[in-house]
Design a protein around this ligand. Structure first.
Ligand code: IFM
Length: 459
C-alpha cells in the first residue's frame, strides 16, 4: 500500500495489449501473402456474420506506425502480436518470403524504439491454406512444417525479441476448427480433431526445440485458454461432476499435462479412445515437454454447468447431459458471463494443480461491448468495470503468491472477431470500419492511468 492508499502491482510488471495478425492486419494479398484457412473460411457463404472478411480488417498492415505511436501515447509497455505464417511462408513450406518477414522486422524495430516490449505469437490460427490442403493439423507433417517456420521467424527476430509464444489457444484450433466447425477450416470430423490436438502439442515442442537450438536465451512459452467450470444446482447422479471432468480434460489437461508433465492424463486418453484416440509416436512426449520460461493464460469468464438431460456438447466428444445456462443481461456482447473473481480462483487452482509452473503472463483478458462514438468519444463504462474487476482479482491472486509477470489486454483495437466478423468490439481503441480512423475509448485512457500508477486507483 502506498501513502495515497494505492496497491501497486509488483515492480517490473509488464502492462500491454494484444492483437493477432488476421484480426487486425488486412492486406491479405499484399507482399506475396497467400491465403490462410481463414481467408477460405471468409469466402464460404454463411460462415462469417454479415459476410465479413479479413481483407481490410483494421488495416494495421498499412497503419502500423500510427498504431505504435498510439500505443506509446497510451503508455503501453508491451505489445503481443502474431506473425501471419502465410506472409512469411506463403504455402507453409519452402523459402522465406522476405517482404512478409520484413514487415514484422520493421514493426519490432518501431516498438523497441517506442520503448514497448514485443511478445511474438507464432501461430494465431492462420494456417496457410496449402497446408490444410495437405491435411492440416490432423496431418503429422504439419507439426514439422511449423517447427521450420518457427525457426525462420526466430532466426530473423531473436536478436530483438525476448518473449516468444508458439501457439495461441490450441484448443480452438483443434476443437472449433476440426470438430464443431465454428472456426476455420470448418470441418466436423471428431477423429481429425483429436489428431490435431496431438499434432499441435508436437508442433509446439518441436518449435521450441528448433528455436532453442538457434539461441537458448529468448524466453519460450505457449498461450492456453483453460477454463474454470463452476457446477450449478443439484447433481444427484453425478452427471455434472462427470461432465466437468471430461470437459476440463479436453479443454485444459490434454494441453497442459504433456507440456508440463510429459504425459497425457490417463482418464483423458480413455475418454478419447472411442473417438480415435491420440496418434502418439515414440519420442513425441519428450519433444513436447520442453521446459518453458513462461506460460500465457487467456481468461475471459468462467463456464457454468447445469444438468440438462439429453443435451450434447458439439465440441466435446462424450459430453452429455450438461449445458451452460443463459447468462441473462449480465454478460458481454459475446454472451459470456461476468465472473471477474474467477480469474483469481482459476489462478489459484492452476498453481495447486501444477506447483512447478513457470511464471505466468495473462496474455488476453477483455470484453466485447459495443458503445457508440458520441462527439468523438466512446464512454465504455462496462468495459472499464470489467477490466477493473479482473485486475482486482489478478492483484488478489498475486497477493496469494501466484507468480504473474504481466497482463495483455485484449484488445488494442476493435478487430475481426472470427465467426462474428466485425460485430464484436473488444478494442480499447475504436475503429471506424469505413474510414479506419482510430479513437481511443474511455477505457484506453483509464488503462493509461493504471499503467502510470502500476495498479488500480485506491478505493
Ligand atoms: O478474439 C479472440 C482471440 O483471437 C483469441 N482469444 C479470444 C479472443 C476473443 O474471443
Amino acid at each position: 500500500m502506498t501513502s495515497d492508499g494505492q496497491r501497486p502491482f509488483p515492480d517490473g510488471f509488464l502492462w500491454g495489449t494484444a492483437t493477432s495478425a488476421f484480426q487486425v492486419e488486412g492486406a491479405t494479398e499484399a507482399g506475396g501473402r497467400r491465403p490462410s484457412i481463414w481467408d477460405t473460411q471468409c469466402g464460404i457463404e454463411g460462415r462469417i456474420a454479415h459476410g465479413d472478411t479479413g481483407e481490410v480488417a483494421a488495416d494495421h498492415y498499412h497503419r502500423w506506425r500510427e498504431d505504435v505511436a498510439l500505443m506509446q501515447q497510451l503508455g503501453l509497455q508491451g505489445y503481443r502480436f502474431s506473425i501471419a505464417w502465410p506472409r512469411v511462408q506463403p504455402t507453409g513450406v519452402g523459402p522465406v518470403n522476405q517482404p512478409g518477414l520484413d514487415f514484422y522486422s520493421r514493426l519490432v524495430d518501431e516498438l523497441l524504439a517506442a520503448g514497448i516490449t514485443p511478445l511474438v505469437t507464432l501461430y494465431h490460427w492462420d494456417l496457410p491454406q496449402a497446408l490444410e490442403d495437405d491435411g492440416g493439423w490432423p496431418a503429422r507433417d504439419t507439426s514439422y512444417r511449423f517447427a521450420d517456420y518457427a525457426a525462420i521467424v526466430f532466426e530473423a527476430l531473436h536478436d530483438r525479441v525476448d518473449l516468444w509464444a508458439t501457439l495461441n489457444e490450441p484448443w480452438c484450433s483443434a476443437m472449433l476448427g476440426y470438430v464443431d466447425a465454428t472456426h476455420a477450416p470448418g470441418r466436423t470430423e471428431t477423429a481429425a480433431g483429436l489428431r490435431a490436438i496431438h499434432h499441435l502439442n508436437l508442433a509446439h515442442g518441436l518449435a521450441v526445440r528448433a528455436m532453442r537450438n538457434i539461441d537458448p536465451a529468448p524466453r519460450q512459452g505457449i498461450v492456453w485458454n483453460p477454463v474454470r467450470i463452476v457446477p450449478l444446482g443439484q447433481d444427484p447422479d453425478g452427471t455434472i461432476a462427470e461432465g466437468r471432468r471430461r470437459a476440463l480434460g479436453l479443454r485444459n489437461r490434454v494441453w497442459m499435462d504433456p507440456v508440463l508433465r510429459g504425459r497425457y492424463p490417463e482418464d483423458v486418453l480413455r475418454d478419447l479412445e472411442p473417438y480415435g484416440g491420440l496418434p502418439v509416436e515414440a519420442g513425441d512426449l519428450e519433444a513436447i515437454a520442453q521446459p518453458l520460461d513462461w506460460v500465457g493464460i487467456n481468461y475471459y469468464s468462467d463456464i457454468r454447468f447445469q444438468a440438462a438431460p439429453g443435451s450434447r456438447t458439439a465440441n466435446t466428444p462424450g459430453l452429455v447431459g450438461v449445458a451452460t445456462p443463459d447468462p441473462g443481461p449480465d454478460a458481454t456482447d459475446m454472451g459470456w458471463p461476468l465472473t471477474p473473481d474467477g480469474l483469481r480462483a482459476y489462478l489459484l487452482d492452476l498453481r495447486d494443480e501444477y506447483p512447478d509452473l513457470p511464471p505466468i503472463y495473462i496474455t488476453e483478458n477483455g470484453a466485447a461491448f459495443d458503445d457508440p462514438i458520441i462527439d468523438g468519444a466512446v464512454h465504455d463504462k462496462r468495459r472499464i468495470a470489467y477490466l477493473e474487476g479482473h485486475l482486482c482479482a489478478l492483484r488478489a491472486a498475486i497477493d496469494a503468491g501466484v507468480d504473474v509477470r504481466g497482463y495483455f489486454l485484449w484488445s488494442l483495437l476493435d478487430n475481426f472477431e472470427w465467426q462474428y466478423g466485425y460485430a464484436m468490439r473488444f478494442g480499447i481503441v475504436h475503429v471506424d470500419y469505413d474510414t479506419l480512423i482510430r479513437t481511443p475509448k474511455d477505457s484506453a485512457n483509464w488503462y493509461r492511468d493504471v499503467i502510470r500508477r502500476n495498479g488500480l486507483a485506491a478505493g
